[in-house]
Ligand binder design. Structure first.
Ligand SMILES: Nc1nc2c(c(=O)[nH]1)N[C@H]1C(S)=C(S)[C@@H](COP(=O)(O)O)O[C@H]1N2
Ligand SMILES: [Mo]
Length: 317
């Protein structure tokens, strides 16, 4: 019997208020801090309208309220509850930060975060995010294409995959200090090289016009909008180009539940729940959740279906 609690069906995902506060008390979490403002930089705070995205979900899609995007999170390094990452990340230091780019590249290099932003900039992308737990958001990210970084690194012949590694800092990340549940740290993810080079694949450094708060994966995280949210690895320290399919965290923990591809697909159910529809976070009420049908490749089929032509999406789920 599995002892892990993630992912659960959507209906149980909302932490009852009482439990939320008793957990806070129990854990002695420092009150306030991160909740109030995040780790804001000098960038403009955006309660302002979200800029027209250059690519991604139509701008007509309503962004999920900022408060939900930054307080309903999965980031197991900080704890299991949706509220934990915002509550328990007060001692996390996302600067200074280095990202090592290595493996099958012409120019292996350790990039300072500021050097990455200076070189590749940050543009707006409004993307849908569909968690494997059957809930979804629409998130205004800022960032740059992973492909731009990989092109600068010079991908060598024979490369087939890209492996990603999250930070390990048990002193700043309570979820890494053991307990009943544990993924193996560091959190790892991977993409096929053509997925990594796809123009929709983003390295995000900001959300809602501000630097990423810790809970959203500060200071740099992956966003692959046609895949389940767990592919979007947070707080990346290393990007390795390789000729081997890399091991990935959730796939290693439960390979029959979480595939390497993890493409959003309403016709391939999770063994423990349906994937045919999703709860819309930030809409509906405590008494009635808002739902909508889930779409193949999270609605991005036109842009990405070619990547999977000839593949059996049930077998390579
Ligand atoms: N390092 C790390 N990255 C992670 C996770 C995590 O626990 N650790 N959770 C994943 C899951 S399951 C989801 S749904 C998204 C959530 O991103 P968000 O909190 O910014 O919405 O982050 C993904 N990236
Ligand atoms: Mo997720």
């Amino acid at each position: 019997m599995a002892v892990y609690r993630y992912p659960r069906p959507a209906s149980s995902d909302i932490t009852p208020r009482q439990l939320f506060f008793s957990r806070r008390a129990m854990l002695g979490a420092a009150a306030g801090g991160v909740l109030a403002g995040g780790l804001g930089s000098g960038r403009a705070r955006a309660d302002a309208p979200v800029a027209e995205p250059t690519r991604g979900w139509p701008a007509s899609e309503k962004p999920t309220p900022r408060d939900d995007v930054t307080h309903y999170n999965n980031f197991y390094e900080f704890g299991l509850e949706k509220s934990d990452p915002a509550e328990l990340s007060g001692s996390f230091h996302p600067r200074p930060w280095q990202v090592q780019v290595d493996g099958l590249v012409e120019h292996p290099q350790s990039w300072d975060l500021d050097a990455l932003t200076a070189r590749f900039g940050h543009e707006d992308r409004l993307y849908r995010m569909r968690c494997v737990e059957a809930w979804s958001m629409v998130i205004p990210w800022q960032g740059f294409e992973l492909g731009a970084l990989l092109r600068a690194a010079g991908v060598k012949a024979g490369a087939k995959y890209v492996a990603f590694t999250s930070v390990v800092r048990p002193s700043e990340m309570p979820g890494q200090r053991g307990g009943l549940f544990s993924l193996q740290w560091p959190y790892r993810e991977g993409l096929r090289l053509d997925e990594a080079m796809h123009p929709l694949t983003l390295l995000a450094t900001g959300v809602y016009g501000d630097s990423l708060p810790a809970q959203n994966g500060a200071p740099i995280r992956l966003v692959v909008p046609w895949k389940y949210g767990f592919k979007g690895i947070k707080s990346i320290t290393r990007i390795t180009v390789t000729d081997q399919q890399p091991p990935t965290s959730w796939n290693r923990m439960a390979p029959n539940e979480y595939g390497f591809y993890a493409n959003v697909n309403p016709d391939v159910d999770h063994p423990r729940w349906s994937q045919s529809s999703e709860q819309i976070i930030g809409e509906g009420s405590l008494f009635k959740t808002a739902r909508r049908p889930t779409r193949l490749f999270n609605g991005y089929a036109e842009q990405v279906a070619d990547l999977y032509r000839g593949m059996d999406l049930r077998k390579d789920f």
